[in-house]
Design a binder for this molecule. Structure first.
Ligand code: SF4
Length: 178
């Protein structure tokens, strides 16, 4: 739901689902897809996102969360990636934030910040950048959770497309001060 949109728009979509009493797997599976799309319209790409949401809920109906929780990270990741519409970032976000398992989430914000400070190329692959975090940090889900959240906050507020470098605490490390 968060892809290619602002968090504010996602909140609106979630509020609509909540107000319609739809925050349940069975209810998402039962609601007619066009109605679902209208409820999440604010999140953008709503036709695609409503299909993906239904696919994910179909998967979760067949694979109960408490069973997925018991699996090793690679096993649960492979299962999530087999769902149509679920990519690396979504799978890893679910594993980190819903299952509390240590896998580092890479997103466009992470690539922007770490390429600007010279840790990676701006076209780095998802796996390569993730490996840098895994090889250099203790595998603690709380650390990965907080670290990713801090990257998002920093890039959203300071290292924007048009960066506000005078407000940045990383200027001494950065290769790309504007
Ligand atoms: S100095 Fe500027 S470009 Fe570098 S990380 Fe900070 S905000 Fe981004």
């Amino acid at each position: 739901m968060t892809q290619n949109t602002s968090w504010k728009n996602v909140v609106k979509a979630l509020e609509n689902l909540n107000n319609s009493n739809l925050i349940e797997i069975e209810k998402i599976l039962t609601i007619e897809i066009n109605k679902l799309a209208q409820l999440i319209k604010s999140s953008g790409y709503y036709n695609e996102k409503s299909k993906k949401l239904k696919n994910l809920c179909g998967f979760l109906e067949m694979n109960p969360i408490n069973e997925l929780q018991k699996l090793e990270i690679e096993e649960v990741r492979d299962k999530l990636l087999s769902v149509k519409g679920i990519g690396n970032e979504t799978a890893d976000s679910i594993i980190l934030y819903a299952f509390n398992k240590p896998i580092f989430v890479i997103d466009a914000y992470t690539k922007r910040l770490f390429s600007r400070i010279g840790i990676c190329d701006k076209n780095v692959s998802y796996e390569s950048l993730q490996r840098i975090f895994h090889n250099n940090l203790e595998g603690d889900f709380r650390l990965f959770n907080e670290y990713h959240a801090l990257i998002v906050e920093h890039v959203k507020n300071v290292c924007k497309k048009k960066a506000i470098c005078e407000r940045c605490i990383l200027t001494s490390l950065c290769n790309t001060v504007f």
